[in-house]
Design a binder for this molecule. Structure first.
Ligand code: TXA
Ligand code: MG
Length: 304
């Protein structure tokens, strides 16, 4: 069900859940302080409670008020990239409910730039919001995507298609040490220009961030990466530029560059997934800029 901004504010303030646009993907939000409402977000997504939610706030001061400690590197990153597609994981204050952080000591904080997302957090305060898709599925970059996967009972604030198209970059900041947990809408090159070299979190057994699951963002149709053209079967193609000759049933070009590819990625995956194909053959991007985030999503979507 579509709602307007006033109705979305009223619902959230009253303990409800609303899907709303951000510059990255649509989020499924609830007031972070309202444990019952946050529990409803987990239920609607069928999300395991070991996977923490990002808290969206109006500005850096509000973010710092939820953190037990704010390293200088976090301040510099925030000054450069907020509002925008960057999430910083910082030690949390006890006022942040444990359900939001899945019992972890850190809380993921982000100041979105999308005007509707900003209007919501300014009106109702911090919003805990994962992407508005069933757990493990393809993220929504349009209101119709939310309705198609979560059903019409969920309230959706329509803000048109998302401009960035892939989720926020997630960084853990621990004193001077910055590690990346998820490549996303802010390229790592831009992060490193501010805080110097950052390394990827190393998972030993249990993923360092629960969302670093190997299979994620997955369509129902099997996805293969960078494999040769199939000889027979109903296959779709997805990649930069134009498809190589082949017996494709349908092709989705991601456009000509990494920025456009990020914007189009999830909509293209969804569209191919709706065509009853035997498989989708996709091609990775050069691993720089937003290419890294696109490749990360493709790799998790194709993991078997
Ligand atoms: O762009 C985005 O980040 C979107 C929009 C709605 O803001 N949100 C989003 O949320 O992608 P979600 O829940 O689909 O992905 C959040 C990722 C997960 O991998 C989660 O495990 C990680 O961030 N995360 C959140 N809080 C964390 C924490 N306290 N510690 C470690 N990882 C955390
Ligand atoms: Mg997600």
């Amino acid at each position: 069900m579509r709602v307007d901004l006033n109705e979305a504010i009223r619902l959230l303030a009253g303990g409800g859940v609303v899907a709303f646009p951000t510059e990255t993907v649509y989020g499924l939000g609830a007031r972070a302080a309202d444990v019952a409402a946050v529990a409803e977000v987990f239920r609607l997504k069928a999300r395991p409670t070991f996977d923490p939610l990002i808290v969206h706030v109006a500005d850096a001061d509000c973010a710092w008020s939820l953190a037990a400690e704010v390293p200088d590197a976090a301040r510099r990153l925030a000054a450069t990239f907020w509002p925008g597609p960057l999430t910083l994981v910082l030690p949390k204050r006890s006022t942040v409910p444990d359900l939001v952080t899945a019992g972890l000591d850190g809380v993921g904080l982000r100041v979105p730039v999308h005007p509707l997302a900003r209007a919501l957090v300014e009106a109702v305060g911090p919003l805990a919001a994962p992407s508005a898709n069933p757990f493990g599925g393809v993220s929504p970059t349009a209101a119709e995507h939310v309705e198609a996967s979560l059903g019409d009972a969920v309230a959706v604030l329509d803000g048109g298609p998302c401009e960035v198209g892939v989720e926020s970059t997630v960084l853990a900041v621990d004193g001077d040490v910055v590690t990346w947990l998820r490549p996303g809408g802010v390229p790592l090159e831009a992060i490193e220009a501010v805080v110097g070299p950052v390394s990827e979190a190393v998972d030993s057994g249990v993923p360092r961030a629960p969302g670093r699951l190997l299979r994620h963002y997955a369509p129902r149709t099997p996805l293969w990466l960078d494999v040769p053209v199939p000889v027979e079967g109903r296959f779709g193609w997805m990649g930069l530029g134009t498809p190589p000759p082949g017996p494709w049933v349908t092709c989705e070009s991601l456009g000509e560059n990494d920025v456009r590819a990020a914007q189009r990625l999830f909509a293209c995956l969804r569209s191919l997934d709706g065509r009853s194909l035997d498989g989708i053959i996709a091609h990775r991007l050069p691993p720089s800029g937003l290419g890294r985030a696109v490749n990360d999503r493709l790799e998790r979507a194709s993991w078997r």
